[in-house]
Every structure is written in structure tokens, then in C-alpha cells.
Design a protein around this ligand. Structure first.
Ligand SMILES: Nc1ncnc2c1ncn2[C@@H]1O[C@H](COP(=O)(O)OP(=O)(O)OP(=O)(O)O)[C@@H](O)[C@H]1O
Length: 198
């Protein structure tokens, strides 16, 4: 169980999250819902350990998220181009993944990363192609929980559908829990088994 208890978070003196509690079971698909600016991305960053709350705890099966090493909670972001080194080929970016070559090849196949993209740098790929790499990098960490913050907002409907089909298949196969943020009610209805209002 991924659990955030009594979370408080402020940017400077501006409180963003106060007394937030959320629990996600393995295999569950939770959609976070709230108006713009309420703190969905902030909570995603806290759940995946990128930001520390000023108060409260985040645990997986009762254990705090590790400060070093590979975390059981991985996050995929809205802007994949910001998450990749612009000078590195995609092959080199993937080489940093903490898994063996066979697992990586299987994930590339599962998420639809084509071989001819591997020798390119981020500026030579589309947003959808880059997002597939970011997804593979996250899945290569064998996460038990995956946090998806508007990961398909910038994609056309067909690419969006294909990407989510693949991601949900992976989640079914692994039993991972998902937390997703989307402003699309249609996508939320398709993905979520539970909606949490923030
Ligand atoms: N680094 C930061 N420094 C100061 N304020 C910030 C910072 N990041 C976000 N904020 C503010 O915190 C609030 C919550 O932001 P957040 O991105 O978590 O909201 P959100 O619910 O995800 O919004 P949206 O749906 O528009 O993406 C916003 O008012 C935002 O301006």
C-alpha cells in the first residue's frame, strides 16, 4: 500500500496542501481530481519522493521511501523533453536504467519504442516518442506504484489511446498501482478505478 498521511506542504509562506491523506492499494488506479492550481502536481511530487512535505509521511507497506537507490514509486511527467539530457542519445539515456538488456528490450517493445529512434537526441523526436522513452525509463525501475501527471495532455487522441493501452496492460501484468492526473473526464473514466478529490 502506498500511503500519504497528514501531508502539509507550502511554497514559502503559501500553504498548498493541508492535512492530505491518500492510500493506494496494489493494482488500484486512482485519479486525482481538483481545479487547476490546487496542488495535484505538488502531491504527485511528494508521493514519488521528489519533494519532501513539511509535515506528514509517505510510505510503501509502512516503510518510508528510500532516499537513495531505486524507488518503488516512479513518476512520469507532463513534459518529457525536460526530463531528458538534450545532449545524450536515447540509447545512452536508456543505458542508465537499472535493469538488464533483455528486460529493457521487452519494455521498449511493450511501450512501442522503435529501434530507429535510439540513435537520436531528444530534439530529434516528437513529444509522443519522447514520452514513450520516459515511460520505459520509469518502468525499467520496476515500480510498484506509478504516478502519471498529465502524461498524455500534449498528444493527439490516437497516440494518447495507444500509450494508455500499453501502460494499462503493463499495470495489469505487474499489479502496480497507478495515480494519475488528467483534465480529461473521458480519459479519467477509462483509467480510474477510484477518483480522489483534492
Ligand atoms: N516551485 C514553486 N514555487 C512557488 N509556487 C509554486 C511552485 N510550484 C507550484 N507552485 C504553486 O503551487 C500551486 C499548486 O501548483 P500545482 O502545480 O501543484 O497545481 P495543479 O493542481 O497541479 O495545477 P494544474 O492543474 O494547473 O497543473 C499553484 O498555485 C502554483 O502556482
Amino acid at each position: 500500500m502506498l500511503q500519504a498521511c497528514d501531508i502539509e506542504f507550502s511554497y514559502g509562506k503559501t500553504p498548498i496542501l493541508e492535512g492530505v491523506n491518500i492510500a493506494v492499494a496494489p493494482g488500484e488506479r486512482v485519479a486525482l481530481s481538483a481545479p487547476s492550481g490546487r496542488g495535484k502536481t505538488t502531491l504527485c511530487k511528494i508521493l514519488s519522493g521528489y519533494d519532501e512535505p513539511q509535515k506528514g509521511t509517505v510510505t510503501v507497506d509502512g516503510a518510508p521511501l528510500p532516499r537513495k537507490g531505486v524507488s518503488p514509486v516512479q513518476m512520469i511527467w507532463q513534459h518529457p523533453e525536460r526530463m531528458l539530457d538534450p545532449l545524450m542519445t536515447m540509447e545512452k539515456s536508456l543505458a542508465e536504467c537499472p535493469c538488464d538488456a533483455a528486460t529493457l528490450a521487452a519494455l521498449r517493445e511493450e511501450i512501442g519504442v522503435r529501434d530507429e529512434w535510439l540513435t537520436r537526441r531528444p530534439r530529434e523526436l516528437s513529444g509522443g516518442e519522447l514520452q514513450r522513452f520516459c515511460i520505459v525509463r520509469a518502468l525499467a525501475c520496476s515500480p510498484r506504484y506509478l504516478i502519471c501527471d498529465e502524461i498524455s495532455t500534449m498528444l493527439d487522441a490516437l497516440t494518447q489511446a495507444d500509450l494508455w493501452k500499453r501502460l494499462l496492460r503493463w499495470a495489469d501484468e505487474t499489479g502496480a498501482g497507478l495515480v494519475t492526473v488528467t483534465h480529461s473526464p473521458m480519459l479519467r473514466d477509462r483509467i480510474a478505478t477510484r477518483v480522489v478529490e483534492l
